[in-house]
Design a protein around this ligand. Structure first.
Ligand code: OSB
Ligand code: MG
Length: 369
C-alpha cells in the first residue's frame, strides 16, 4: 500500500447542547478530518483533540501542524505492508498521539476498504454484533436539569449514566441522582479535578454504589491513584493517564484502578489501542470505549474498536443526534431501544460520507503533498 495523497480538513460543527467538564465548556467543535488516498480509494480518520489544550496537551491547531509538518511527510509515497506500520513511522515524535492517531485510523479504514472488509474485522474485532452504550452527561446549570437529562437518556434505553463532577458539583449531586434513580448503573468522571488531599471527600462517594470513579487525580498520574484506590471501595477508572500499553502494566502492578477507559486517539490509534486492550485483558481489567464528542467518522471508528472482546462494559459512544443536528455520515449512528449500537458489515468503517455537508462545514483544507 502506498499513500499518494493526504487531505487535511478542519470542520466546524455546533453541538446540539453544550458539554461541560471540570476543565471547561464546549459549544462548538473544531475537528480535523484526515483523508488518505491509495489506488483511487479513500480512507478517513478523525483527530479527537479538543479546541484547547485542557483535556490533554493537544488541541486542533497543534494537531494540524504536527500532521502537516511531521507525520504526513513520513507516510507519503512510502510503501507500507499494513496500517500497523503507520504508528512506528512517527514514533520519534514525543506525544501528539491524537494527531498521529487520526492519520493512523484513516489508514486502517483505507486498508479495510481496499480489501473490501469491515474495519472491525480488519482490527481483529467482531466479538459482538452490537455494542453496549452509556452516555456521558456534562455539568449542567442546575441539578433539576441534570435529573431531567438522566431521565431522558434512560428512557432512550442507555444502559449506564456517567455524570461529570468537579469540586462544588460532586457528592451532593451524585446523592440526588442516586436518590432519584436507585438502581441504575451510575458512574462519575472528574477529569483530574482533585488531588490526594481530597481523599476523605472522595470517600463520601463510596456510599452511592457507583460502578467507578473516572480519573479523579492528575492527568498523568498513576501512583497517587493507587494510593487513593487503596482507600476506596469504589473502583477507579483511568482515562487520561493511560496513553500506552505500558501504562496499563504500571497501573495493574500498583493496583491503581479496577477499570480502564480506552480512547482511540488518546493512545495514538488502533495498533496501540489493541495493545492496551490486550494488556488490560491479561491483567483481568475490563475496559470500555470512551468518547471525545466525535463526528460520525470518529464515532464509527469507536464502534469498530468496541467489538474487541474485553470491551465488556457500556461505553461513552452514543447516538449522533445527542451531539449533532446533522452528522457527516449516512446514516447517522443510532441506538436501539436496548441501548446498543449494531455493527455494520459494509467495507471500512461501514457508513457513507456526506461529502456535500463536509464541504459545507470545512473552514480549512490542505492537500499534501
Ligand atoms: O473524559 O471522557 C472524558 C468529552 C471530552 C473530553 C473528555 C471526556 C469527554 C466525555 C464525552 O466524557 C464522551 C462523549 O460523549 O463523547
Ligand atoms: Mg474521562
Amino acid at each position: 500500500m502506498k499513500i499518494g495523497r493526504i487531505v487535511l480538513r478542519q470542520i466546524r460543527m455546533p453541538l446540539v447542547h453544550f458539554f461541560e467538564t471540570s476543565f471547561g465548556r464546549t459549544t462548538e467543535r473544531d475537528i480535523i478530518l484526515v483523508e488518505v488516498q491509495a489506488e483511487g480509494i479513500s480512507g478517513w480518520g478523525e483527530v479527537t483533540a479538543g479546541e484547547d489544550p485542557f483535556y490533554n496537551e493537544e488541541w486542533t491547531e497543534s494537531a494540524w501542524l504536527i500532521l502537516r509538518d511531521y507525520v504526513a511527510p513520513r507516510l507519503l509515497d512510502q510503501a507500507i505492508a499494513s496500517a500497523a506500520d503507520v504508528g512506528p513511522l512517527s514514533e520519534h515524535i514525543r506525544g501528539h498521539l491524537m494527531a498521529r492517531g487520526g492519520l493512523e485510523a484513516a489508514v486502517w479504514d483505507l486498508e479495510a476498504r481496499l480489501e473490501g472488509v469491515p474495519l472491525w474485522r480488519k482490527i481483529g474485532g467482531g466479538a459482538r454484533r452490537e455494542i453496549p452504550c452509556g452516555v456521558s452527561i456534562g455539568i449542567q446549570n442546575s441539578v433539576a436539569q441534570l435529573l431531567d437529562t438522566v431521565e431522558r437518556e434512560l428512557a432512550a434505553g442507555y444502559q449506564r449514566i456517567k455524570i461529570k463532577i468537579k469540586p462544588g458539583w460532586d457528592v451532593e449531586v451524585v446523592r440526588q441522582v442516586r436518590e432519584r434513580f436507585p438502581s441504575i448503573q451510575l458512574m462519575a468522571d472528574a477529569n483530574s479535578a482533585y488531588t490526594l488531599a481530597d481523599a476523605a471527600h472522595l470517600r463520601c462517594l463510596d456510599d452511592f454504589s457507583l460502578m467507578m470513579i473516572e480519573q479523579p487525580l492528575g492527568h498523568d498520574d498513576i501512583i497517587d491513584h493507587a494510593q487513593l484506590q487503596s482507600q476506596l471501595r469504589t473502583p477507579l477508572c483511568l482515562d487520561e493517564s493511560i496513553r500506552a500499553a505500558h501504562h496499563v502494566e504500571q497501573a495493574a502492578r500498583l493496583r491503581a484502578c479496577g477499570i480502564i477507559n480506552i480512547k482511540l486517539g488518546r493512545v495514538g490509534g488502533f495498533r496501540e489501542a489493541r495493545r492496551v486492550h490486550d494488556c488490560a485483558q491479561a491483567a483481568g481489567i475490563p475496559v470500555w470505549c470512551g468518547g471525545m464528542l466525535e463526528s460520525g467518522i470518529g464515532r464509527a471508528h469507536n464502534i469498530a474498536l468496541a467489538t474487541l472482546p474485553n470491551f465488556v462494559l457500556p461505553g461513552d459512544v452514543s447516538a449522533s443526534c445527542r451531539y449533532w443536528q446533522r452528522d457527516i455520515i449516512d446514516p447517522a449512528v443510532e441506538v436501539t431501544p436496548r441501548g446498543t449500537i449494531e455493527i455494520r458489515d459494509a467495507p471500512g468503517f461501514g457508513y457513507d460520507l456526506d461529502c456535500d455537508y463536509i464541504r459545507h462545514l470545512t473552514v480549512r483544507e490542505e492537500i499534501l503533498p
